[in-house]
Design a protein around this ligand. Sequence first.
Ligand code: NCD
Ligand code: ZN
Length: 351
Amino acid sequence: MSNSPLHIELIQPDDWHLHIRDGEVMKDVLADTAQQFARAIIMPNLKPPVTTADLAKAYRTRIESNLKSLGISSFTPLMTLYLTDNTSADEVHKAKAEGIVAFKLYPAGATTNSDAGVSDIKRCYKVLEAMQSVGMPLLVHGEVTTAQIDIFDREAVFIDTVLEPLRKDFPGLKIVFEHITTKQAAHYVRDAATPSNTLAATITPQHLLMNRNAIFSGGIRPHHYCLPVLKREEHRVALLEAATSGNPRFFLGTDSAPHAKGDKETACGCAGCYSAFNALGLYAEAFESVGKLDKLEGFASFFGPDFYSLPRNTKKITLAKQAQKIPAELPLGNDTIVPLRAGETIAWSLI
Ligand code: NCD
Ligand code: ZN
């Protein structure tokens, strides 16, 4: 494959970290994702959170009925449960039996809708033991929430104070370090001496394409605010290096996190970037920027299912170097949403 082909053919990718919310808005965001991806890991941070297998089943049914009304039969939601201080080990077995694919650890207060999250991971040791024994992956929002820790250091401190001790106590637990944003996280995952297939990380398009200057360029840019927050350029470079390295521990997870325009453009705006509209085009741009388009298929289509022990997709899709204007706003239920790169032209489109 040449460095800048006009077309790239890929096995259809999946999105291993996605927020689609609930109710009125769900079908709008689901349609964007289902146009590109065959499957997606559906995050459980609803209000109230999806904490039990029964709640996850009901959520899956609502997703399926939205897919049906959109006329989409080619997309599979992969459900997750929200871990709390009170989750029982029994719930792990119920979840496994229901085909729920993972549990999500939100440190309490770390991000959008995480108030019911875990206050101290030690409270969850019985659940983690059960997860380890049945091969249920733990997906972690890797930031400490201590107010004294600088927001730009929260991920690095999480590695030392939570993740490393956790991995020592549960060496066989499958862990995905979600939406990594720092050099420390990229190197930690790359260098971990771990039994194969127990540690991986997802990387978002915004963290591959932007550094923290993007939050403040010419004024405050609420649509570039997500958590974990964008970091310095040296971190972006390390993430891009990791994503394009061909190392199967790194795979695609957009963390597309829809919030209505008014909830972003306000005095205390919500965290989250909406990247689902043309996420694959954004990833292609990032990979092309370092001449590594040949590594996109592994990152986007192979390493995720391999980690989760799911079959790879078989259908192919084509990305073309065909400029596409991203709309300034998109419908979101009765509101609108401002997608990443709103009003700009991006080079790659799905055809
Ligand atoms: C996510 C959301 O809005 O649900 N926000 C974000 O900034 N990424 C939550 C999360 O994944 O942290
Ligand atoms: Zn997320």
